[in-house]
Ligand binder design. Structure first.
Ligand code: MF3
Ligand code: CO
Length: 254
């Protein structure tokens, strides 16, 4: 079941999305060489606490995981791209960090992710970051009322293919609102003109994640969560929660 939200409900999601954006900005500002991932989780926790928001990540246990998620952010470093756990690992200059964060405020949830390098950024990383964010923006641009889910998927997949990156249709975007994961699923590749028609009031998270090596293979660590490339190449992940409105897509996690 796909639930369409009223304009008032979308306003409430804007407030939740603003908390997510603040937590991501604070985490990014704190992500310097020598800082431990667990310390970054604390930074995000403090932003959520001050806002009176709760974390949809903390304690989350989907069917693929053997243990509840232990943090309020996912912190994925270098060859890890999704669902990295905030461990005692220290960041080093040149690390590529992906930060994924959610917040629930007054019963409404936002979900967003950013990726960046800590200090030194190689040309290859700069391109990977730029192209992955471009895929997110292309996906958002395709999310027009009257278009279809497949238009979003195809827009994302085309950016990955043109860049020669590996992409996977597992762990794509999703409906979001009263809970973090709602219908529909938004695969990161697909065929234009196919799938659910996008109507005003639909609220979704769009989240491309690409692997620089060009292979689509990944593995999950023994922790049951951390998703890495099998060839050791780096990955990047960008995500926004958006609403489809009569005027076009509206980003809720700015
Ligand atoms: N953006 C991620 C997703 O939609 C957030 C889930 S992280 C988890 O899958 F830790 F909560 F699982
Ligand atoms: Co998400």
């Amino acid at each position: 079941m796909v639930e369409l939200k009223t304009p008032g409900e979308i306003d409430a999601m804007v407030a939740a999305g603003a908390v997510v954006a603040r937590a991501l900005a604070a985490t990014r500002a704190a992500a310097v060489s020598g800082v431990r991932l667990a310390e970054l989780d604390q930074v995000a926790r403090e932003v959520l606490r001050e806002a009176g928001a709760s974390s949809p990540f903390l304690g989350y246990q989907p069917s693929f995981a053997h243990s509840p998620y232990p943090g309020v952010v996912c912190l994925s470093v270098n060859d890890a791209v999704l669902h990295g756990i905030p461990t005692r690992r220290k960041l080093r200059d040149g690390d590529l960090l992906s930060v994924d964060c959610g917040a629930t405020l007054d019963g409404w949830t936002g979900d967003a992710a950013i990726s960046f390098c800590v200090g030194y950024t190689s040309a290859a990383d700069a391109r990977l970051l730029e192209r992955t964010e471009a895929a997110l923006l292309a996906g958002i641009a395709a999310a027009q009322p009257g278009a279809r889910i497949g238009d979003i998927s195809a827009a994302i997949g085309n950016v990955a293919r043109d860049a020669g990156y590996g992409l996977h249709t597992d762990f794509g975007g999703h409906g979001v609102g009263r809970t973090m994961h709602e219908s529909p699923h938004i695969p990161n590749d697909g065929r234009p003109g196919r799938g659910l028609r996008l109507q005003p009031g639909l609220t979704i998270a769009i989240e491309p994640w690409f692997l620089a090596g060009g292979q689509d293979a990944y593995r999950i660590d023994d922790d049951g969560w951390t998703l890495r490339s099998t060839d050791g190449t780096r990955g990047a992940h960008f995500e926004h929660t958006i609403a489809i409105t009569a005027e076009g897509p509206q980003i809720l996690t700015r």
